[in-house]
Design a protein around this ligand. Structure first.
Ligand SMILES: C[S@@+](CC[C@H](N)C(=O)[O-])C[C@H]1O[C@@H](n2cnc3c(N)ncnc32)[C@H](O)[C@@H]1O
Length: 307
């Protein structure tokens, strides 16, 4: 069953915060966190990224669908590459490539996510480049997380990106994008979430949706315990793409199978997701939902094991 939330990110951390007794458990540094001393990318990672869950999902699904372990990952729009760093930790033979146009998150990510990983430069390549460029080595799996591919606003641009991913992948490779949908996804609204025992508040702001163009403006703000706020810490100018449009484009780009996965519902709170994504061709029309599309190059998933 699909969930009615868009808040998969960091849900586990929110639950841990509740269990550990709330604000009393705050670290000294977090008690003093405010607009002046906060690190924008640290706030982002703590609020948005959940690399352990993402890597679990990608590695498990790849092995099921392709019948072999995932060893070379390409993270498009990688930012700080938290996901690639987690992937390297999982197995000594794992290698990764990350693509991003912005040097700031890449440099920050090298220091914060990679510097303690012994020998990481031999296993990770950062490309300060557009995602439409080829990788050094054909990826087993390419992923584009946090709706970043919505920066491509025309059909022609998004198709060209999907075609470049298809051409670049290994012959039995997979491409994974995340999805957001449901009527509430198009409403202008703000959604708040307490992060790490209430150290700060993450605010997801759906600022504007234009039905005529599909233009979709969103932002992330952070609010602190001392009343200060980092307004528009991150701003996104996207087109809202729906699942069926994306599926059509992925088939057109050459993928032979495009599989939707929807998040299940939290058993204690039916307004919330449970972080578990299951294959479902149909989906459920709830207020807001999160999902993934896994697109396969080469053999169909039901042919795996017969070869
Ligand atoms: C929403 S952030 C996502 C970062 C990361 N994927 C995550 O989940 O935390 C989008 C990133 O895409 C990068 N970006 C935007 N257009 C790009 C392009 N055409 N090629 C490569 N990177 C791009 C931006 O610099 C930014 O770091």
């Amino acid at each position: 069953m699909a969930s009615s939330t868009r808040n998969k990110k960091n849900k586990d951390k929110t639950k841990k915060a509740q269990k550990s007794g709330g604000k009393g458990a705050l670290k000294k540094k977090d008690r003093r966190l405010n607009r002046k001393n906060a690190d924008r990318l640290d706030l982002y990672q703590r609020s948005v990224n959940s690399p352990d869950n993402d890597v679990d999902f990608l590695t498990e699904q790849f092995e099921i669908l392709r019948g072999r372990p995932l060893r070379h990952l390409r993270e498009d729009f990688c930012g700080t590459a938290a996901l690639a760093a987690e992937f390297l930790k999982r197995h000594p033979e794992n290698t990764a490539e990350g693509f991003d146009l912005d040097p700031e998150p890449i440099e920050w990510g090298k220091q914060r996510n990679f510097s303690k990983l012994e020998g990481w430069p031999e296993r990770m390549t950062f490309h300060l480049a557009d995602v439409r460029n080829p990788a050094d080595k054909r990826p087993d799996l390419t992923c584009a997380q946090n709706f970043s591919y919505w920066c491509f606003k025309t059909r022609a641009e998004l198709l060209a990106y999907f075609q470049s991913v298809y051409a670049d992948l290994a012959p039995d490779g997979a491409f994974v994008v995340d999805l957001y949908g449901g009527p509430e996804a198009l409403h202008e609204l703000e959604e708040e979430r307490d992060i790490d025992d209430g150290a700060f508040t993450y605010v997801w702001d759906q600022q504007e949706y234009q039905p005529g163009t599909g233009n979709y403006k969103t932002a992330i703000h952070f609010r602190f315990r001392d009343g200060s706020e980092w307004e528009n810490a991150f701003e996104y100018d996207w087109r809202f793409w729906n699942l069926c449009e994306l599926r059509d484009l992925l088939f057109e780009a050459g993928f032979g199978e495009v599989r939707p996965y929807f998040e299940g519902t939290d058993e204690d709170d039916d307004e919330d997701g449970n972080g578990v994504f299951e294959y479902d061709e149909v989906g459920e029309n709830c207020e807001a939902w999160l999902g993934y599309l896994i697109s396969l190059k080469g053999p169909r998933s039901n042919e795996i094991g017969k070869r």
